[in-house]
Design a protein. Structure first.
Length: 255
């Protein structure tokens, strides 16, 4: 196989998976480590990937938009494990914020049996409905214009309410997360809400299953920050985990 054919195949692989390792590429193509390293160096110079210790990460894996109803059926077990881990970062009496991401409703379902006294701010109708019957919970719905496909409120009324409040922790549930592009979403109206929630939180906990890492959506919410905590599942490839930790990002994998 010629070098350009091999490099095209590596690009194809990174189109459907977030990372590749040098070991798997040498085995697949039956070439030396040095040959694969040269291939990765070339592809990095073309902006296709980012080399990390032992392999490379995709820079071009774009996530397509899918509505909330579909997202709620995807990666259910991983989201359950992440949500259970989130409980370790909540204390009785906390004021927390949950956005309209699919993982937020998973976490919301666990809160009534785990806590007696919480204040929850959300723009998600589903989260609001899950929590309003719990005695001891104060649930604040940031209302405004309603987006049925996301079961979420948005717009200046929601933003004005959020900016008048303060929360201990914001559990951010993004579409995509990337070292190069940061945290991203598809729907501009919901990006505005997420940015407002970031601005009122003492602590930000990003809850993202491993399929969301090293992918990009259309709209950037914010850069990654060392002050954020990143919760994911154990399916995150080791080379991606290492790359994040080398950049001083705290990543916790739920078991």
């Amino acid at each position: 196989m010629f070098a350009n054919e091999r490099r095209n195949e590596i690009m194809h692989m990174l189109g459907y998976k977030s990372s590749v390792t040098v070991a798997e590429l040498t085995e697949l193509f039956h070439v030396s480590l040095e040959t694969i390293r040269r291939d990765l160096e070339y592809l990095e110079s073309q902006g296709v990937l980012k080399r990390v210790h032992g392999g490379a990460l995709s820079l071009n894996r774009m996530k397509n938009y899918s509505g909330l109803e579909r997202r709620e059926t995807e990666h259910r077990e991983e989201k359950q494990r992440i949500a259970r881990t989130c409980l370790n970062y909540i204390r009785e009496g906390d004021r927390i914020a949950l956005d309209a991401g699919s993982t937020s409703s998973v976490l919301a379902r666990l809160l009534p049996s785990s806590f007696e006294n919480l204040t929850i701010l959300t723009n998600s109708l589903e989260v609001f409905q899950l929590l309003t019957d719990k005695s001891g919970f104060q649930v604040i719905l940031a209302g405004g214009f309603y987006m049925p496909g996301e079961k979420a409120f948005y717009g200046h009324l929601a933003l004005d309410m959020i900016r008048q409040l303060h929360v201990t922790s914001y559990f951010l549930s993004p579409t995509s997360i990337s070292l190069e592009f940061g945290i991203s979403e598809h729907v501009w109206e919901l990006v505005e809400v997420q940015r407002a929630l970031l601005g009122i939180a003492d602590r930000v906990i990003v809850q993202a299953d491993s399929s969301k890492f090293e992918t990009c959506a259309a709209l950037k919410v914010c850069d990654l920050s060392p002050r954020f905590l990143y919760l994911t599942d154990s399916g995150l490839p080791g080379e991606i985990l290492e790359a994040y930790r080398k950049r001083s990002f705290e990543v916790v994998t739920a078991r």
